[in-house]
Design a protein around this ligand. Structure first.
Ligand SMILES: C[S@@+](CC[C@H](N)C(=O)[O-])C[C@H]1O[C@@H](n2cnc3c(N)ncnc32)[C@H](O)[C@@H]1O
Length: 340
């Protein structure tokens, strides 16, 4: 445990410097696109992504070393379903050497043993996707019977097996046109478990999907829920813009980027088809330069997902101090064996 703390404080200082100078701080990394669920809102399990392969642990070590030339990153490990990857523990260890790995999972493959290994390997945060408070609705959206029950059990196991107070467990929901009323009961479940709750707004620009944005003023409703429930830790600056106001300039390419399972780097997860280079083979500074170029010409205002919105709120938003306080609540230590 001592080495985890010592290792983390050095990374934190370098991360803080990059954060304050508004450099790259967040990387979405899909280690594979295979998935055991068939979510109605996602394309990654479909035919077109199936032979993309997966990032090996050896390649993840290269990604980790090369990204470290820019500085420590929050690396969001996803997919597909990241827990299907046979080398997930080794990948986590390789990323944690220089960075802060976090993961989003559907929770279906979480066991006590795997959870412990993940935390011991240096995972800093795990979020489990649960979109509806009614198990049947969640299972239908996710295309998998039992998905809700598995997600809930995963949250319990993950919270109980943490090995360090800074390791955090969240439930995360995609806000769509039909689940705003589910948010309060889902926050209630988080409170019972002693974990925290996050949201992201549905994006129709991933693939070619129909609009499913809520018309019921979700921003106002979510802010009101946040005021009443301290377990709802999403940034207020992010929630404020859920109600149809046009987002500002996207900071993808400058403060965040995406790496796919073959090492292809693009400024955004919704722009996988427009890579600027490959982190496994290309010079890191050249990739950083090309990402900045793509940022400068990017006029996209198509989504308000949490990677984009949280960065904008905490680095550029109107009430940066309040958002910094929210960010602290999102990341502060929770005692082992205790509840948030
Ligand atoms: C692509 S999934 C991968 C991780 C894992 N398989 C899961 O289901 O959580 C990562 C996150 O993106 C969310 N997501 C999927 N499709 C989305 C969309 N069209 N708009 C916004 N978020 C989406 C998922 O709900 C999940 O929270």
């Amino acid at each position: 445990m001592f080495s985890l703390i010592r290792n983390t404080s050095g990374k934190k200082l370098r991360f803080a410097r990059n954060f304050l100078t508004r450099r790259m701080v967040h990387v979405n990394l899909q280690i594979l696109y295979n998935c055991n669920f068939r979510c109605g809102i996602c394309d990654f399990w479909k035919e077109e992504y199936r032979d993309k392969g997966r990032l090996s642990a050896a390649e993840a070590a290269i990604v980790s070393d090369k990204l470290n030339e820019i500085g420590p990153q929050i690396i969001s490990v996803g997919g597909g379903e990241p827990m299907l990857h046979p080398e997930l523990i080794e990948i986590t260890r390789a990323l944690a050497k220089h960075h802060f790995p976090v993961m989003i999972t559907n929770g279906s493959l979480v066991t006590e043993s795997l959870a412990r290994q993940l935390w011991q390997a240096g995972m800093m945060e795990i979020s489990v996707s649960l979109d509806y408070s009614d198990p049947a609705n969640h299972d239908a959206q996710r295309g998998k019977a039992g998905a809700f029950a598995q997600g809930l059990e995963a949250l319990r196991i993950l919270h109980e097996t943490r090995t360090h107070p800074e390791q955090r467990v969240n439930m995360i929901s995609v806000i769509m046109d039909d689940n705003l009323d589910d948010v309060e009961p889902l926050i209630g479940l988080c409170q019972e478990l002693g974990i925290t709750y996050l949201v992201t707004l549905y994006s129709h620009s991933r693939g070619n999907k129909p609009g499913r944005e809520s018309s019921a003023d979700p921003g106002r409703r979510l802010l009101e829920l946040k005021k009443r429930h301290r377990h709802f830790v999403a940034l207020r600056g992010y929630l404020e813009k859920f109600s149809g106001s046009t987002p500002g300039r996207c900071h993808a390419g400058r403060n965040l980027c995406n790496i796919d399972c073959r090492g292809q780097v693009s400024f955004c997860i919704d722009r996988l088809g427009h890579p600027v280079g490959n982190i496994l083979t290309d010079d890191t500074r050249e990739i950083e330069h090309r990402l900045l170029e793509s940022h400068q010409t990017n006029e996209c205002r198509d989504c308000w997902t949490s990677c984009r919105g949280s960065i904008e709120s905490v680095l550029y938003g109107r009430h940066r101090l309040l958002n910094a306080w929210d960010y602290y609540q999102m990341t502060r230590p929770v005692p082992l064996g205790g509840k948030f």
